[in-house]
Design a protein around this ligand. Structure first.
Ligand SMILES: Cc1cc2nc3c(=O)[nH]c(=O)nc-3n(C[C@H](O)[C@H](O)[C@H](O)COP(=O)(O)O)c2cc1C
Length: 191
């Protein structure tokens, strides 16, 4: 499927099937991220791909599922089955652009995973020092973002916020994500 159609369908998922995620799949995601654009082609990012069960369990305790979905990702058996940790080499990176490089790499990972049926959650509310300790990441690196991955166990749909459907899980267990409508965010030729 083309990437535009994937972008329309792909949502954040926080409940995962017990099925493991293979290392070769994580490797494919990182390979795509490696080829993503970076400011001045500085390529400051490296990636720690984790599917070892013990490491995944420790990482899952150092990330926080957000807002209306706080309790998700914590249910026994429904936890993420893999993580990709984006790390940034402070010496290679221009601080001004690092967040942009990270964001592009994160979405590249998410879309590559989605193409293979793997769902994900980009996570910024994370205990960075704890993650560094678990993964033995040197101090010269920052940990800007983590991506939790696994085969999806929930459904999530995006709707125009004008429909008034509340943000959150309905009685059927479907997650609803209100989005600002296109007319509100697209400016034609001038603001
Ligand atoms: C930079 C960034 C950080 C995020 N951090 C978290 C997080 O720490 N915990 C979490 O549960 N979701 C996190 N999310 C997921 C957002 O909550 C989610 O993208 C948003 O609710 C919209 O849902 P959608 O991705 O399905 O469109 C993060 C997303 C981004 C882009």
């Amino acid at each position: 499927m083309g990437s535009y159609l994937n972008i329309l369908k792909k949502r954040t998922i926080r409940r995962f099937q017990p099925r493991p995620v293979s290392f070769s799949l994580l490797k494919k995601c990182v390979n795509a991220a490696r080829l993503s654009p970076t400011a001045r082609n500085e390529q400051p990012l490296e990636f720690v791909a984790v599917n070892d069960t013990t490491q995944v369990t420790m990482l899952n305790e150092a990330v926080h599922f957000g807002g209306v979905v706080k309790e998700k990702g914590r249910v026994k058996g429904e936890e993420p089955k893999a993580f990709i940790i984006i790390i940034a080499d402070k010496e290679r990176a221009d601080a001004k652009y690092i967040g942009m490089d990270v964001g592009i790499a994160a979405e590249t990972i998410v879309l590559t995973a989605f193409e293979s049926g793997i769902a994900s959650c980009v996570m910024g509310t994370i205990e960075r020092e704890r993650i560094k300790g678990v993964l033995e990441i040197p101090n010269s690196f920052e940990v800007p973002l983590v991506i939790a991955l696994g085969y999806p166990l929930e459904k999530s749909v995006a709707e125009d916020e004008t429909k008034g459907i509340p943000y959150g899980v309905d009685e059927k267990g479907i997650m609803h994500i209100p989005k600002r409508p296109l007319e509100k965010v697209l400016h034609r030729n001038r603001f």
